[in-house]
Design a protein around this ligand. Structure first.
Ligand code: SF4
Length: 426
């Protein structure tokens, strides 16, 4: 549809994948509440967990709260954990108290945690019971943010997947875009789609319950985040069809993502070019400026955010980096396949983690930049390696054309800092 750079003669789609199932170093899915509670303005996330869960949430998000927060923790005390108290009764009481105090809440998510899973507290049953009590004013759903089986971005996936079965049915042909984006970035995306004449466009999550999308056999959907495996499966179960495309990171990813949707909706080549040419030129210019320090540098992705494959594609094809290893907690071929097609063959693709073995590979390769979780960054920095915290990539607006330069800058910053420190020392 447009003058995209040709795919490499050999991409990574069929490359052998190193599968590891050892110890992992990742945050749990509760982290997703930090960005979801800002996005969904009439939702409340009630974590059913321990004081550890409450501390995690407060330290990750509490400092940013100026009004009444839209999340909280129902703390499981020792009597609950020992099975001496009826946790369901207590939960019902807590929810009733919360909803009477907060008439603005329209959607309540009961969020499972490690402790609630260990004592096998049935939050699905609790959500059903509480919906019966509080409907139609409040809809109660549940999902798990437990760290036992999740990585931190799976919290968003589990949340959105829990919403899909209760979305209204429609026969209309509509585009649904799934993945929580900051409002300003979502508005840019909606403006581009509107200028292309594509619509109606619905988003999941919507900003409030009244704007929730409908879904049905004529719904086509696109993802803005590569970590939405369960949401993808849930939408397909509802009869919707996925528009496969690279993720909208950088000039190439954004253009290819828009082009796939434009093809689906029969947008003419002329109209497509007219709409994208100015923002695309801005993105290219911004990337060219910001990526200068990245050229010829090597990058190693530890598995963390699940954004690794599309970001490796962006860094290698648009910023001139060489990928040594691209590790991701999970690799969903139906979602990141188009990015794998574009990622030039060469890097080791790995799925899952055996952290000690992977650290050995990092030490052997000594890459210029290692993208990893917070817990691994400090030890690696102490060994003289330069790191980038993967979690920043989820908290910072990085999608679509206007953020493409910022995305390159996020990776350039630690290298620039290292170069300045080196100069100061000499
Ligand atoms: Fe820790 Fe599990 Fe609570 Fe997450 S859900 S804060 S990993 S106890």
């Amino acid at each position: 549809m447009t003058d995209l750079a040709p795919p490499p003669s050999a991409g990574c789609r069929n490359a052998p994948v190193l599968k590891e199932r050892g110890q992992r170093e990742v945050f749990c899915g509760l982290t997703g509440i930090v960005w979801l509670h800002r996005k969904m303005q009439d939702a409340f996330f009630l974590v059913v967990g321990s004081r550890t869960c409450a501390h995690l949430l407060q330290s990750a998000a509490g400092v940013m709260i100026f009004a009444e927060p839209r999340f909280g923790t129902a703390i499981l005390e020792e009597t609950d954990l020992a099975g001496l108290a009826d946790a369901h009764e207590e939960l019902d009481r807590e929810v009733a108290r919360l909803l009477s105090r907060r008439p603005d809440i329209r959607q309540l998510f009961l969020v499972g945690s490690c402790p609630s899973e260990v004592i096998k507290l049935d939050l699905a049953r609790a959500a059903e019971r509480l919906t019966e009590i509080h409907a139609p004013r409040v809809r109660v759903l549940n999902f798990s943010g437990s760290g036992i089986e999740t990585t931190f971005t799976q919290g968003e996936d589990a949340c959105l997947a829990s919403m899909v079965p209760v979305l209204p049915e429609t026969e209309a042909r509509e585009l649904l875009v799934a993945g929580a984006l900051p409002d300003v970035v979502e508005d840019q995306m909606l403006e581009l789609l509107e200028a292309l004449g594509i619509g109606p466009v619905r988003t999941l999550p919507a900003r409030c319950a009244d704007l929730d999308p409908s879904v049905g056999p004529n719904t086509v959907f696109a993802l803005t985040q590569p970590f939405l495996g369960d949401t993808h499966a849930a939408l397909i179960r509802r009869g919707a069809r996925h528009i496969e495309a690279p993720m909208p990171f950088g000039d190439e990813g954004t253009t290819a993502w828009l082009a796939a949707i434009a093809r689906e909706f029969g947008v003419s080549q002329e109209r497509f070019e007219a709409v994208i040419s100015a923002p695309r030129a801005r993105a290219r210019k911004a990337i060219a400026q910001a990526s200068e320090p990245l050229k010829g540098k090597s990058v190693f992705f530890m598995p963390d955010s699940q954004l690794e494959v599309p970001l490796a594609r962006f860094l290698t094809r648009e910023c001139g980096m060489d990928a040594v290893e691209v590790g991701s907690p999970f690799i969903h071929d139906a979602i990141v396949g188009p990015d794998l097609d574009l990622l030039p063959a060469g890097p080791q693709i790995s799925e899952g983690q055996d952290v000690e073995r992977q650290l050995d590979r990092v030490r052997k390769a000594r890459p210029d930049l290692t993208v990893c979780g917070l817990g691994l960054a400090n030890p690696l920095e102490a060994e003289g390696l330069t790191t980038k915290w993967a979690i920043e990539l989820v908290f910072t607006p990085v999608h679509f054309y206007e953020q493409a330069g910022d995305l390159a800058s996020l990776f350039a910053r630690p290298l620039n800092r290292k170069a300045r420190l080196h100069l100061a020392k000499n």
